[in-house]
Ligand binder design. Structure first.
Ligand code: TMP
Length: 215
């Protein structure tokens, strides 16, 4: 009997981008690349990923209830994150699983920091408090002109509270993501999401396999 090569120890991968950039479709692709490498993958999302987190997500996205002020929005996001990290993400990583998360704290820097103009230091303090040293090992940024992504989001469904923001907000969000990616290039894969789905999936598949081989 030949010994089976053990899968590599779990890592934490996040997917980020503006509205309508195709995160869900590409999450499926990333999951299958990881599984083809023998990884057990837990797919999750923020805000959300737990019963409490999903309830908080409904509040955050609802356009029908009182809008939280920016600081309340930030604290709700980190409350959901604390629950998610402790009950889902950390246990999965500790068990050697891979975690693929649709959005994480880079979204908070981009949306609440750049988008809502909350001081980055306030976000950094909460990040430290809630996450300790936990940071993503790899972040896939699906980058696209926000006017294109918003047009796609509008075709899909009724717009949620974030999607109803004006274009200038999403231009700041994009700027925030790109600035963060520039600060820490080794962690980020920047993908041009304006290309066709076939082109995007090919590029992500190749980039992910290269990252895997060099990790
Ligand atoms: P989604 O629809 O892309 O899953 O994300 C829901 C919305 O939540 C999206 O408009 C971005 C927003 N969001 C923040 O503003 N800050 C955060 O930290 C996260 C995780 C999401």
């Amino acid at each position: 009997m030949t010994a089976k090569t053990p899968p590599p120890p779990g890592k934490f991968i996040t997917i980020e981008g503006g509205e309508g950039v195709g995160k869900s479709t590409n999450a499926d692709l990333i999951q299958s690349v990881l599984e083809s490498r023998g990884c057990e993958v837990v797919v999750t999302r923020e805000p959300g990923g737990t019963a409490l987190g999903e309830a908080l997500r409904s509040i955050l996205l609802s356009a029908d209830i009182e809008s939280p002020v920016a600081m309340a929005e930030l604290l709700i996001i980190f409350a959901a994150r604390a629950q998610h990290l402790t009950t889902v993400i950390e246990p999965a990583l500790a068990a050697g699983k891979w975690v693929l998360c649709d959005r994480f704290t880079d979204a908070t820097y981009a949306y609440q920091g750049w988008g809502r103009n909350i001081d980055q230091r306030a976000i950094a303090s909460l990040e430290q408090l809630v996450q300790g040293a936990r940071r993503p090992d790899l972040t896939v940024l699906l980058d696209m002109d926000p006017s294109l992504g918003l047009a796609r989001a509008k075709e899909r469904a009724e717009l949620d509270r974030f999607e109803q923001e004006e274009l200038a907000f999403f231009n700041r969000v994009r700027e925030g993501y790109l600035a963060r990616a520039k600060e820490e290039p080794a962690r980020w894969l920047i993908i041009d999401a304006s290309k066709t789905l076939d082109e995007v999936t090919t590029v992500i598949g190749q980039a992910l396999n290269d990252w895997f081989d060099n990790a």
